[in-house]
Design a protein around this ligand. Structure first.
Ligand code: UDP
Ligand code: MG
Length: 315
């Protein structure tokens, strides 16, 4: 029987010291799981150090080592996408080059896959090296994301994942330009299982994601997964218009119809303020309505497939 092929994708930016280490760790896994074939796809995302040489050295002695080298830095999400598109395996496993996604846990992913899971997600229980800002930021991100996003990313879900060939094929049909691999895979659906792991501290080099890059990624993720922020303006406007409208009517009746019978003594400037707030409410409501149209455009432009098929029978 032909052995199943597992593609391992490693996006990397300036990881010259980590590359040989991650490769050695992957070889160890290989020894533990000899019933599979492997290909190791290193995606060099515009490294400026000697990462390219380190990969070439591995490729020279091992035909299973493949490399895609970008012309410049395009970001980890693009590197991962390039790897997934190039992978030929029955399953595709993606992991960071910095050993924070421990390769020794790969057999756990594979066994869940063999039991029928189509997406196996690494859940990080503890991260030794997280900076304070990143930790707090990640908490806030997941809280907001859980509140507003239709396809949320749960806390702890990482890019350390295995996806089955059906998921790979579906993933390749997603045309979005700005992308976050994790949320796209979540959007696709499929049978999902989890593997918990502890992320050790980075061995060499620094984290490549600056705080500003992370904020950008988080904002993008909100905007692409949810229209709620846009709609909120509309709802706020509706409330403001309704309440100030009621107040306005009451003040008008009291002042001009009943000739200040209840002695509210509403001043002229207070009346102006009420009218003003009422108009602001209308403007916000208009924004909310525009949001509905933008939402439609957003959905059309994203151009995601209408549905995702797991399998067809007798066609
Ligand atoms: N990475 C990449 N391109 C980038 C930034 C990062 O390919 O523009 C790679 C990096 O080399 C590593 C992985 O993505 O293999 C995760 O990066 P990092 O360790 O900096 O992120 P963190 O661990 O903080 O999530
Ligand atoms: Mg890392």
């Amino acid at each position: 029987m032909k052995k199943k092929l597992i593609s391992i994708i490693i996006p990397l930016l300036n990881e010259e010291k980590n590359i040989p280490l991650v490769y050695d760790a992957l070889r160890e896994v290989w020894v533990k799981l000899p019933t599979y074939e492997y290909e190791f796809i290193f995606v060099n995302d515009g490294s400026t150090d000697h990462s390219a040489l380190a990969i070439a050295a591995l490729a020279a002695k091992d035909k299973a080592v493949k490399c895609i080298e970008f012309s410049r830095n395009f970001g980890k999400e693009m590197a991962t996408t390039a790897g997934i598109e190039a992978a030929t395996g029955d399953a595709v496993m993606m992991l960071d080059a910095d050993l924070q996604h421990p390769p020794l846990r790969i057999p756990d992913f594979v066994s869940r896959w063999e039991r029928g899971a189509e997406v196996v997600v690494g859940m990080r229980t503890h991260n030794a090296s997280d900076r304070m800002v990143t930790r707090v930021g990640s908490k806030i991100f997941h809280a907001i994301s859980g509140l507003i996003s239709e396809t949320s990313i749960n806390k702890g879900e990482t890019d350390f994942r295995l996806i089955d060939r059906v998921v790979v094929n579906a993933f390749k049909q997603l045309p979005e330009r700005e992308r976050m691999t994790r949320s796209l895979i979540n959007w696709l659906g499929f049978k999902k299982e989890f593997v918990e792991f502890e992320a050790p501290a980075r061995l060499h080099g620094d984290a490549k994601y600056s705080t500003s890059k992370l904020i950008h990624l988080a904002l993008y993720s909100f905007v692409s997964n949810s229209l709620l922020p846009l709609r909120l303006a509309g709802w706020l406007g509706l409330c403001i218009t309704f309440l100030s409208g009621l107040l306005g009517i009451a003040v008008f009746l009291e002042r001009y119809i009943f000739n200040d019978a209840f002695s509210w003594h509403v001043s002229g400037s207070a009346q102006l303020a009420i009218i003003n707030v009422f108009l602001i409410g209308i403007v916000l409501m208009a924004l909310g309505i525009i949001a509905l149209y933008i939402g439609k455009i957003h959905g059309e432009v994203a151009g995601r497939p209408l549905y995702v098929v797991r399998k067809r029978m007798n066609f």
